[in-house]
Design a protein around this ligand. Structure first.
Ligand code: GLU
Length: 282
């Protein structure tokens, strides 16, 4: 078993991250497997080296050790570009020039005043640019969307194994629902040349991750990842989506939640065992 923890260095690690990291670590170690670390820093406008070093510091304090070198997404632009070139050559991507306002306007037009439908990736793209030219070399510095209908045209019944409920369930990823309820997701953002979805799928495969352990908030998003694994011929790991750690008002902990930062608890004298207890792993 190979698990991983994949934080973004855009703020302090809080109790929710501690839970995710401890769970992924413990699962792997109990099985005699490997635990890997990946720094998800594709968003260079938000990633900071100080946050990255604090991640290492907090994880080490928690008593976690990881195997092999840390993977950093900012070192992987070549792999992301190669995958996009391949998808482009197969006619599965198209350039999209819409901004948020264009998308909102097009998505709401037929039903004035009604909120446009949203999926796991936000507003379902109304398809304005789907007829854009897909020939020639892949455009750079332009957003590229996956043509979901074309990507799934010959797909078998897709699905994934989910163990987050304590048992192993198969979750279906139905073709029609992916087309109508998720739609043409962005695989390369104009400012980044990649996207969370593309990078995470390629990186999990490159690191040989067999079990993805992460929060329940990413459950629906996983369906997008299964489609990407299928179109790129990559193996699908097993997924373990865990409960979310909430504050006393029931809200999910946010990145900016300094009060729940591991470092805050540390400075107040908490021990790693206290943190384990706080997240229910004591
Ligand atoms: N980088 C993501 C985060 O910090 C985690 C993504 C994942 O586990 O797939 O929320």
């Amino acid at each position: 078993m190979i698990t991983r923890f994949a934080p973004s260095p855009t703020g302090p690690l809080h109790l929710g991250h501690a839970f995710s990291a401890l769970l992924a670590h413990d699962m792997a170690r109990r099985a005699g497997g490997g635990f890997l670390l990946r720094i998800e820093d594709i968003d260079q406008s938000r990633a900071r080296p100080e946050w990255e070093s604090r991640i290492y510091d907090d994880l080490t304090w928690l008593g976690l050790t990881w195997d092999g070198p840390v993977m950093r997404q900012s070192d992987r632009t070549g792999a992301y570009a190669a995958a996009l070139d391949d998808l482009w050559a197969r006619g599965l991507l198209y350039p999209c020039h819409c901004n948020r306002r264009d998308i909102l306007a097009a998505a709401s037009a037929p039903q004035e005043g009604i909120e446009p439908a949203s999926g796991p990736d936000g507003i379902i793209y109304p398809g304005t640019c789907r007829t854009c030219d897909r020939t020639g070399t892949r455009p750079q510095k332009t957003a590229l969307r996956l043509d979901m209908a074309r990507a799934m045209q010959d797909a078998p019944d897709l699905g994934f194994s989910e163990t987050g409920t304590g048992q192993n369930h198969r979750i279906a990823v139905p073709r029609d629902a992916m087309i109508s309820e998720t739609g043409d997701v962005v695989l390369a953002r104009r400012d980044m040349g990649t996207s969370y979805h593309l990078s995470v799928v390629l990186d999990d495969a490159a690191q040989g991750v067999t079990h993805v352990v992460r929060g329940m908030d990413l459950f629906e998003t996983t369906k997008i990842h299964i489609v990407l694994q299928y179109v790129m011929g990559l193996p699908s790991p097993t997924y373990h989506h865990h409960r979310l750690i909430r504050d006393e008002t029931g809200k999910r902990l946010a990145k900016r939640c300094d009060a729940r930062a591991i470092s805050t608890y540390r400075s107040e004298g908490a021990t790693p065992a206290d943190i384990r207890r706080m997240v229910g792993l004591g």
